[in-house]
Design a protein around this ligand. Structure first.
Ligand SMILES: Cc1cc2nc3c(=O)[nH]c(=O)nc-3n(C[C@H](O)[C@H](O)[C@H](O)COP(=O)(O)OP(=O)(O)OC[C@H]3O[C@@H](n4cnc5c(N)ncnc54)[C@H](O)[C@@H]3O)c2cc1C
Length: 304
């Protein structure tokens, strides 16, 4: 796909929210561009199984992503591959800089960039990224089949990781900061299915260690440092919104999640946001596609 220098709307991110926004913009015959830094589909590509997307029953995450992408393409739009590195305001709207591709001027922007995994902040974590440290069990779990694996944290994705890895790991450790009822329930239901998960409450991770690849974690438990031997560590300790490229003041929370009104417009005129990058209470495909639709329809109303 080639890049035009201007368009009416730039949608940043081709996850469920961005692709849905494109479907609605296409229906309203509005010239727009969807930019995606990775493969179209977004976070749901990483879900082994989705059972709660209405109308589709039990599906693999990538199947849902493919269906939405196919629908978008049928309406005549595809995704421009590229990472948006900055958005600045202009007199007429915005200028969007796409790494290595150039800039696009636009009247409206819909930010649909989702959220990224938080890191522990321990220096060595990144040293072992791709050598045992991962943020995606579904993407990388198979690489460690038959080995000792560890899930760190208890955000929403951690529960999915534990369920997914329990059948692949020779031993699965789950390091949590609090042994909640939900943690107990998950472990018990896995035990009933014959999978043993060793839960350990920790206060923090002190270090990641190994010769060339991850071999062990050092964790602090009640002031005492303990070693956890492991071949892989899946870090699931929460998310930060991928909104750092907005070069102007806009209302967001401390983790970068954008604050929007009922039309999904941010505090900046013409800047809309949809999906997991928005501050809200439920982060799911169903709510992301809803946000994408609402943002696109409201942008369309201002353009026609
Ligand atoms: C393991 C896992 C299991 C899940 N299970 C379920 C489930 O069972 N049911 C359910 O409903 N939901 C589930 N979810 C949540 C669901 O995937 C998300 O709520 C949904 O994908 C959010 O859609 P989105 O479009 O807002 O963001 P995302 O899907 O995160 O898409 C954002 C896109 O923006 C792109 N992007 C980011 N920054 C830039 C940039 N600067 N330039 C260009 N592109 C950029 C990203 O590459 C990404 O493709 C799961 C998520 C995970 C990770």
């Amino acid at each position: 796909m080639s890049l035009k220098g201007e368009t009416k709307v730039v949608v940043i991110g081709a996850g469920p929210a961005g692709m849905t926004a494109s479907i609605y913009l296409a229906q309203a015959e509005i010239d727009h561009l969807v930019v995606e830094a990775r493969a179209p589909g977004g976070a749901i590509l990483r879900a082994a199984e989705v059972i709660n997307y209405p109308g589709l029953g039990k599906r693999r995450g990538y199947e849902i992503a493919l269906e939405i992408h196919k629908h978008m393409k049928e309406l005549g739009n595809d995704v421009l591959s590229g990472e948006v590195v900055s958005v600045d305001r202009t007199e007429k709207g915005f200028i969007v800089d796409i790494k290595g591709r150039g800039t696009v001027e636009t009247e409206f922007v819909i930010v649909a960039t989702g959220a990224k995994s938080k890191t522990t902040g321990v220096l060595n974590e990144m040293r072992y990224f791709g050598k045992g440290v991962s943020y995606c069990a579904v993407c990388d779990g198979y690489l460690f089949k038959g080995k000792v694996m560890t899930v760190l944290g208890q955000d929403e994705e951690a529960f999915d990781s534990v369920k997914y890895l329990s059948s692949l790991a020779s031993r699965l450790n789950w390091l949590v900061f609090e042994v909640t009822d939900e943690v107990k329930k998950t472990v018990n239901s896995l035990k009933e299915r014959g999978f043993d998960v060793g839960v350990m409450k920790i206060d923090k991770v002190e270090d990641f260690k190994g010769e060339g690849k991850l071999e062990k974690l050092l964790v602090n438990v009640d002031g005492e440092v303990k070693e956890i031997m492991t071949d892989a560590c899946f870090v699931n300790i929460g998310k930060v919104a991928a909104t750092e490229f907005l070069n102007f003041d806009v209302h967001k929370d401390a983790a970068g999640f954008l604050i929007v009104d009922e039309d999904r417009e941010t505090s900046v005129d013409g800047l809309y946001a949809a999906g997991d990058c928005v501050k809200k209470s439920v982060y799911q495909v169903a709510t992301a596609v809803g946000d994408g639709a609402v943002a696109a329809v409201n942008v369309a109303r201002r353009l026609v």
